[in-house]
Structure formats: structure tokens, C-alpha cells
Design a protein around this ligand. Structure first.
Ligand code: ADP
Ligand code: MG
Length: 625
């Protein structure tokens, strides 16, 4: 054993950086968790009640009734035995015992029937509960402030919860029921025995003590194990994902990462197995001690029973029933304790889920109620500062820009100067840290954000490759918008892309689905441009929509955006300055600040940053040409 411990020493993982995140989840001790369990159970039953009132009522009610029949069955047993044992059994005695036997059979049948009803209700509830929990999660995650996704702690929490919540809720439900069944069973047995003779009750309870002890001990070890292994399990699943998912499949090969990943997986695997085995050994030891003690105590109980009979305190039939009852009580205790143990583990998951929901709810932005005007009015950004949660420096510092209806406004600047961030703030995706944005004079905080977003079409730099068909990728759920898809396809140049797809607009754009296909970066960009044009919004924000297109295609797309812009306002971001010459106004950003603004001619006249960039690019193009 010592040898094994030593070989595990070389695999000390706790110090590694990825370990830290999960540690806090498991920081609550066993008894702390037990104390919090009633609150969790209350919340869970509320959830279950909301999910299905009928099934919840049947589940709990039938469990209660079923255990009442356990008690009645035990009392009937005594009756049967006392009829049979009153003297030497004769045919008359057996006949006299028949009604009691009938009662016993009836109690057993009803007990089983109610237990089954409870099981059935639970089986119906389980999938519904899973849906309720998942729905609660995604309703929140699809509404929370976008900035939350840039907060690493929040992101970790989300990852963890999205795997554990459903399982936690259902396991907790099962565990609560199991505990309830066990406890009521124990109560029923004790009640029945109290009727026979009160002194039998403490005896029975005494016999269940070793099982209880072993069970609690085993649960504590189990808890320590799940706490100790949570991070390692997560790391294992991350590594497994890297070796089996499409996103990383190409790099695993091109960087020949396979043996490195396998070795890393194996290293953690060995450590986990060693840990699990040590825990299993400790649990088994507790079990062995529990059974030994149980055997001894059962002996003690039987001796006590014999003494009670000798003293004439307990009749023979009652003593015989007590023997049944001892076994039933043992089973009930084990069920109750298994339930508590399981509830405790599931409670960790479920509590984590509740904590996440609370945090996410706090992150749902408080939307205003003012509906934005149908036509776009003056958009004014004043002195806006913004810092990403994970960043040390502000991405925008005291930025002021304005966009008048019908204008084409351009943002230019080096990579990382804050263009995309400003576009997202204007697109109502991030709220500024300080400063104001007004839409026709109304502060953005007073405006209903979703209604505002209806007025804005964003072609983002990091747009989503939806795993939907090409048509769905363009219409995004708005097939009824009244806009002609063909116009949009032609304007964006996506018509050529769609023409080459095997099923045209009905082609799935994700090769991991049957019949699906993948597009190149440039082809995807045309789809994204079509998407932005299809959304009939008065303000169009284009964030480097042509970065992976060749110069000719870019020119064509800019031309068509300009044509489309006749009735629209356009905020345009690009690093190809030749494309922004025709903008009504150009803002030059540098390190989060607006350093120059004006028309192309004005900026060239300034002979500043813009003029320098423009001349450099023009020279490069001239050389290329
Ligand atoms: P641009 O679009 O001009 O290239 P961005 O607006 O994307 O620049 O980024 C501005 C700055 O903010 C950069 O320094 C970038 O590293 C940082 N940044 C962008 N997105 C995030 C993010 N999600 N979390 C932290 N920092 C970010
Ligand atoms: Mg950008």
C-alpha cells in the first residue's frame, strides 16, 4: 500500500493551474451541506410542483400511503402469528387465521400498488424536470448581459452548470424520495412495534445504528472524493473533447498533438483511478465494520427479545413479528441513508445551479421601456469609456461620435484600437461603463433594448456560422420579413456561393450533419453580408465584412452596400482605406481614443495618422498592381 502511495506522489495534480476553478464548489463540508439540504429540497419540490402538480402530488402522496400499509401489514402479521402460535396449529387455527392472512395480503398488495404509483409519477416527472431545469438555464443564458461571456469566472461556472444541473436536479429528486420512503418506513415499523410493545422500539432503532454509521462514513468519503476529483474529471473531459471534436481535429493532426494529449489523458486517468481506489477502500472498510457491529447488535437485540419474552412482557407472536420488523427497519434505514448520501452529492450540483441562476439573474440587464422611433434619428455617443472584464486596460476611452440618419460613417484604425468594441456598444450589445449614448435624444438606458436591436443589422467581424441551412443562415428566423431573398443574394455576392451548393439554399452549412457542407472564410462572409442586408433595419453596422475577400469582391460588395444604403444609415469598419473614401465622415481610432475625424479630403489635408496610413496602403496596392 505504501508503495502505491509513493507512486501516486509523482502525480500530484493539485498544484496545476486548471485545478483552482472547481475547488470552491466543493469547499462546503458534509454537515454544512446537510444543514442546507432542507432549503434545497424546498426549492426542488417547488420546481417539481411547477413542472407537474399531479405527478408531484402522486409521487409524494403515494409514498406516504404505501408506507402506512407497511405498518398495517406488520400488525396483520402479528395477528396471523398469534392465531397460528396460540396453541399447536390445528385446521381450526388455520381457518381462524384466514381473515388476518387476507388482511396481510391486502396490505402487501396495496403497499406495492402505491409504491408503483409513486415510481410511475417519478418516471413521468424526470424528463419534465430535466426540461424545466435546462429551459431555466438557457432562458437566462440567452438574455444575460453579453459582457458576462467575457468574464472567465462566470464562463467557468456556466460550463460547469450546463453539465451538472439536469443531473443534479433529477438525482436530488430521486434522493429526496428515497429518504422520505426510508424515514416513513422506519416510522411505520416503529409505530407498529409500539402497538405491540413500546420497549421494542428502542431495540429496533439500536439495531440500525451500525448501518447508519457506516453509511454516513461512506458518504463523507464519497463527498471528499467528488470534491477532490471534480477538477480532474473536468480536465479529463476537456482532453477527451480535444481528441474527438471537429474544432480541434485538424490541429491535433497538423501539430501531431496526439501522443502528447494521450499521455496527458493517461497521466490524469491514472491519478484519478488511484484516488478512487483509495476512497473505495476506505468505504469498504467502513462497510465491513458496520456489518460486524450490526451482527453483534442483532445478537444483543435477540437476547433482549428473549429476556422480554421470559419476563412475559412480549408474547411469542409479537416477538416473531419483531424479527421481521428488525429486517424491515434495517432496509428502511439503508434506504433513508442512501437517500441522504445521494441527496448530499446531488445537492452540491443543484446548489451550484441555483447559485448560477441567481448570479445570471443579476446579470440580466434592466431594459428600458421606451420604444425607439421607427425611423432612425440622430445617434450620439458621448464620452464613452468601456473596459472588458478580463482586460486591464480600457478598450475605449472618452470616445464621442455621432451618426445622422442616412449617413455613411466609417471607423478606421489599427487592430485592437477599439473599432469592434465601439460598434458593439452602438449595436446595443455592451453598455458603456461611463458616458452616454442617445437615440434621437433618448438615453439608451430608457430604451427597450430588444426593440432597439430590431432597428439594427450587424454584420459582425466574428459572426456566427449557424449550423443551419444556407437559407436559414441568411433569414435567421425571418422568412416572412417581406424582403426578396434574391435581391439580397445578388447584392452580397452570395448568389454565386449558393449556386454551387448541392441543395442550394436548403444545404446544411455544417459538415458534421448528414448532407452538410463547409464554406470557405470568404464564402461565409458573403453569407454574413446577405444576412445583414436581409434584416430590414434602418441602421446597418458592418464590421470588416470583407476582410477575407479578394480586392475585386470587396469592391463589388462595398458598391452594393452603398447602393443599399440609399434608404439606410451605415456604420462601416474596415482596414482597407480605399473603401472608405466615399464615407460622409471618418473617425480614426487609436488605443481606444478618437484621434482624427472628418471626410477623406479633410483627413488627407490634416496630414496626420489617416493620411499616413492611406499613403502607405495606396503605395502597397500600387506595387501589388
Ligand atoms: P479592433 O476591432 O479595433 O481591432 P477591438 O474593439 O476588437 O479592436 O478590441 C479593442 C481592445 O479590447 C483590444 O486591446 C482587445 O485586445 C481588447 N478586447 C477585445 N475583446 C475583448 C474581450 N472579449 N475581452 C478582453 N479584451 C478584449
Ligand atoms: Mg475588430
Amino acid at each position: 500500500m505504501a508503495e502505491e502511495e509513493e507512486s501516486l506522489d509523482g502525480l500530484e495534480l493539485n498544484e496545476e493551474s486548471w485545478w483552482a476553478h472547481d475547488a470552491e464548489v466543493a469547499s462546503s463540508g458534509f454537515f454544512t451541506m446537510l444543514r442546507r439540504l432542507p432549503l434545497l429540497v424546498r426549492d426542488l419540490l417547488k420546481l417539481s410542483w411547477q413542472t407537474s402538480k399531479v405527478d408531484t402530488a402522486i409521487m409524494v402522496g403515494a409514498t406516504l400511503v404505501s408506507e402506512v400499509f407497511t405498518a398495517l401489514g406488520l400488525l396483520a402479521t402479528t395477528d396471523v402469528l398469534s392465531q397460528l402460535f396460540a396453541a399447536l396449529p390445528t385446521p381450526d387455527r388455520v381457518l381462524a387465521a384466514l381473515p388476518a392472512i387476507g388482511l396481510l395480503v391486502g396490505a402487501m398488495v396495496l403497499r406495492a400498488a402505491f409504491a408503483e404509483a409513486s415510481q410511475w409519477a417519478r418516471a413521468r416527472l424526470q424528463p419534465l424536470m430535466g426540461r424545466t431545469v435546462d429551459a431555466r438555464l438557457v432562458r437566462l443564458t440567452s438574455r444575460i448581459d453579453l459582457v458576462a461571456f467575457d468574464d472567465p469566472d462566470f464562463h467557468d461556472h456556466l460550463q460547469r452548470v450546463s453539465h451538472g444541473a439536469n443531473r443534479g436536479a433529477n438525482q436530488l429528486l430521486w434522493a429526496v424520495l428515497e429518504t422520505l420512503t426510508g424515514l416513513i418506513g422506519l416510522l411505520a415499523v416503529s409505530g407498529a412495534l409500539a402497538v405491540l410493545h413500546p420497549s421494542l422500539v428502542p431495540l429496533i432503532l439500536l439495531a440500525t445504528v451500525p448501518a447508519a454509521w457506516a453509511s454516513v462514513r461512506s458518504a463523507r468519503v464519497g463527498y471528499q472524493m467528488s470534491a477532490g476529483l471534480a477538477a480532474a474529471y473536468r480536465r479529463q473531459s476537456t482532453l477527451k473533447g480535444l481528441m474527438s471534436e471537429r474544432a480541434s481535429a485538424a490541429e491535433v493532426r497538423s501539430y501531431t498533438m496526439r501522443s502528447y494529449l494521450l499521455a496527458e489523458y493517461d497521466r490524469i486517468f491514472r491519478w484519478v483511478v488511484g484516488y478512487e481506489l483509495r476512497a473505495a477502500r476506505r468505504q469498504q472498510l467502513a462497510g465491513i465494520w458496520g456489518q460486524l457491529l450490526s451482527a453483534v447488535l442483532t445478537g444483543v437485540v435477540y437476547v433482549a427479545l428473549g429476556l422480554l419474552m421470559l419476563a412475559g412482557a412480549v408474547p411469542l407472536a409479537a416477538a416473531a413479528t419483531a424479527v421481521f420488523a428488525i429486517q424491515r427497519a434495517g432496509g428502511a434505514t439503508r434506504a433513508a441513508l442512501d437517500g441522504v448520501n445521494s441527496a448530499y452529492e446531488a445537492g452540491l450540483y443543484y446548489e451550484d445551479f441555483l447559485a448560477f441562476c441567481a448570479e445570471a439573474e443579476a446579470r440580466v440587464p434592466a431594459d428600458g421601456t421606451v420604444k425607439p422611433p421607427v425611423d432612425l434619428d440622430l445617434v450620439e455617443v458621448k464620452d464613452v469609456t468601456f473596459t472588458y472584464p478580463a482586460a486591464e486596460e480600457a478598450a475605449l476611452r472618452g470616445v464621442s461620435v455621432h451618426i445622422r440618419p442616412g449617413e455613411i460613417v466609417a471607423l478606421v484604425g489599427e487592430n485592437g484600437s477599439g473599432k469592434s468594441t465601439l460598434a458593439k456598444i452602438i449595436g446595443a450589445l455592451y453598455a458603456p461603463e461611463s458616458g452616454t449614448i442617445t437615440w434621437g435624444g433618448v438615453d439608451h438606458r430608457q430604451i427597450d433594448a430588444d426593440a432597439l436591436r430590431e432597428h439594427i443589422a450587424v454584420i459582425a467581424q466574428d459572426f456566427t456560422h449557424w449550423p443551419f441551412t444556407a437559407g436559414q443562415n441568411i433569414a435567421l428566423g425571418r422568412h416572412d420579413s417581406g424582403k426578396d431573398l434574391d435581391d439580397v443574394l445578388a447584392a452580397s455576392g452570395a448568389d454565386a456561393v449558393v449556386a454551387r451548393l448541392p441543395y442550394g439554399l436548403d444545404t446544411m452549412l455544417d459538415p458534421s450533419y448528414r448532407g452538410g457542407t463547409e464554406l470557405s472564410g470568404g464564402q461565409w462572409q458573403r453569407i454574413a453580408v446577405a444576412r445583414g442586408l436581409y434584416r430590414d433595419a434602418p441602421l446597418l453596422i458592418c464590421d470588416e465584412p470583407t476582410a477575407s475577400l479578394d480586392a475585386r469582391s470587396e469592391y463589388a460588395i462595398f458598391e452594393s452596400i452603398r447602393r443599399h444604403a440609399v434608404q439606410r444609415t451605415v456604420l462601416m469598419i474596415t482596414h482597407r482605406l480605399a473603401s472608405v473614401r466615399w464615407a460622409d465622415r471618418i473617425y480614426v481610432l487609436e488605443e481606444g481614443c478618437v484621434v482624427e475625424q472628418g471626410t477623406h479630403a479633410e483627413l488627407m489635408g490634416l496630414e496626420g495618422v489617416y493620411a499616413e496610413m492611406y499613403t502607405l496602403q495606396a503605395r502597397a496596392y500600387a506595387q501589388e498592381g
